[in-house]
Design a binder for this molecule. Structure first.
Ligand code: PLP
Length: 419
């Protein structure tokens, strides 16, 4: 009866209850002022709600059907592939919802071992270890591998998770200018005094769609006796003739020691990350890497998705090839229309606009024409380099791509972005 009375007063079990006390009130005021600052700085990120599966065509909550989606990392269109979904359902039924455990207590199933073996085979490495995300893989590797006797040399535009992972380790830290080989060489010379040197770079950089000069990096690494680590989140599954990644694309598979990547983008898009490389390194990570040791095992349905995605890619390189052709179509048509597209041959196609307001209003106008793209401005990208980032997927049709180019041309003319 007391619960019913509370429900009548609007204080039922599900209703939020504000914490009481002076400290809670002070926290609330501080948070509200910080949120106001974010809004005031124009950097507030709002989230559009999708009411359908992830794919090239979406329905947005509250209306908007038939939207063509150009802003997911669903490079190969596997996020809603029928075989990937079936594999997830089968794994869910056979192996359950989840493990309720970390791997080393009672959280390792045969499917986890099979997926690790498959990832290592896909990348032509000795072994692999799964994490809940690539963010975790990046958070776990540097601290486990490097000591104060060692050094890590990191590209200044590396992903936030690499930066955070490096922060957590006690090695000597060097940051080289973005893809600047002269600067990397200078830093490598300086780092000769340390026991071990590790060069860490994104294989492909997600804001610019540019690809790390891995051949040159590997040459320098050889000259100065360093190891190379790459983050392949925006490369695995589609760069290189067989989609193995940047190292395959640039012919340096045997020169890159460690690869971290995600299962949450091209490889089915569910979630999960991994490290693949020499067996003793993977063995050490299982003993020492904190996000692996102290976090739940990947759920079976997620393992099922990634495992099927890898099967599809190892059977044929047709999907990766089709994505490359679509990328080429978009890049060449947009360039012919008068736009500047950053990067080269990568499905991340940043349409460079410069002005932050222009990028934001153009993205909004594109959505009004049924094309879902996102504008990026400072502090996500440098001041004066605002852009709309377009991401191509193997499952976009030629017509989807042509509609996107037409909409850009119309909107670009309307806002004076095209001469
Ligand atoms: N590394 C790079 C380069 C990324 O772009 C991302 C995701 O945005 C990550 C790591 C993190 O991957 P995950 O989503 O698996 O945590």
């Amino acid at each position: 009866r007391r619960a019913a009375a509370r429900a009548l007063r609007g204080g039922g079990a599900g209703a939020p209850r504000a914490a009481s006390g002076a400290a809670a009130a002070q926290l609330r005021r501080r948070l509200e002022s910080e949120l106001q600052e974010i809004r005031g700085a124009g950097t507030w990120k709002s989230e559009r709600v999708i009411a359908s599966r992830q794919g090239p065509h979406l329905r947005l909550a509250g209306g908007g059907a038939g939207i063509i989606n150009f802003c997911a990392n669903n490079y190969l269109g596997l996020s809603s592939h029928p075989e990937v979904i079936r594999a997830a359902v089968e794994a869910l039924e056979k192996f359950g919802a989840g493990l309720s455990s970390v791997r080393f207590i009672c959280g390792t199933q045969s499917i986890h071992k099979d997926l690790e073996e498959k990832i290592a085979r896909f990348h032509q490495r000795e072994d692999a270890i799964l994490y809940a995300s690539c963010f975790d893989a990046n958070a776990g590797i540097f601290e486990a591998l490097l000591t104060p006797e060692d050094a890590v040399l990191s590209d200044e535009l590396n992903h936030a998770s690499i930066i955070d992972g490096i922060r957590l380790c006690k090695a000597n830290k060097y940051r080289y200018k973005h893809m600047d080989m002269q600067d990397l060489e200078a830093k490598l010379k300086e780092a000769q005094k340390h026991r071990l040197r590790l060069v860490a770079t994104d294989g492909a950089f997600s804001m610019d769609g540019d690809i790390a000069p891995l051949r040159e990096i590997c040459q320098l690494a050889q000259k100065y006796d360093a190891l190379v680590f790459i983050d392949e989140c925006h490369a695995t599954g589609f760069l290189g003739p067989n989609g193995r990644g940047t190292d395959e694309l640039l012919g340096v598979t045997d020169k890159v020691t460690i690869v971290n990547s995600t299962l949450g983008k091209a490889l089915g898009g569910a979630a999960g990350g991994y490290t693949t490389g020499p067996k003793p390194l993977i063995d050490l990570l299982r003993q020492r890497s904190r996000p692996y040791l102290f976090s739940n095992s990947l759920p079976p349905a997620v393992v099922g998705c990634a495992s099927k995605a890898l099967d599809l890619l190892m059977e044929s390189n047709a999907i990766a090839q089709s994505m490359a052709a679509k990328t080429q179509r978009f890049r060449s048509k947009m360039t012919a229309a008068g736009f500047t597209i950053s990067g080269k041959d990568h499905p991340i196609c940043p349409v460079m606009l410069g002005d932050a307001r222009l990028a934001s209003v153009m993205a909004e106008d594109m959505l009004n024409r049924g094309i879902y793209v996102i504008g990026f401005s400072y502090p996500v990208v440098p001041k004066g380099k605002a852009r709309i980032r377009v991401q191509i997927s193997a499952v976009h049709s030629d017509e989807d791509i042509d509609r996107c180019v037409e909409a850009f041309t119309e909107v670009g003319r309307k806002h004076g972005a095209l001469s």
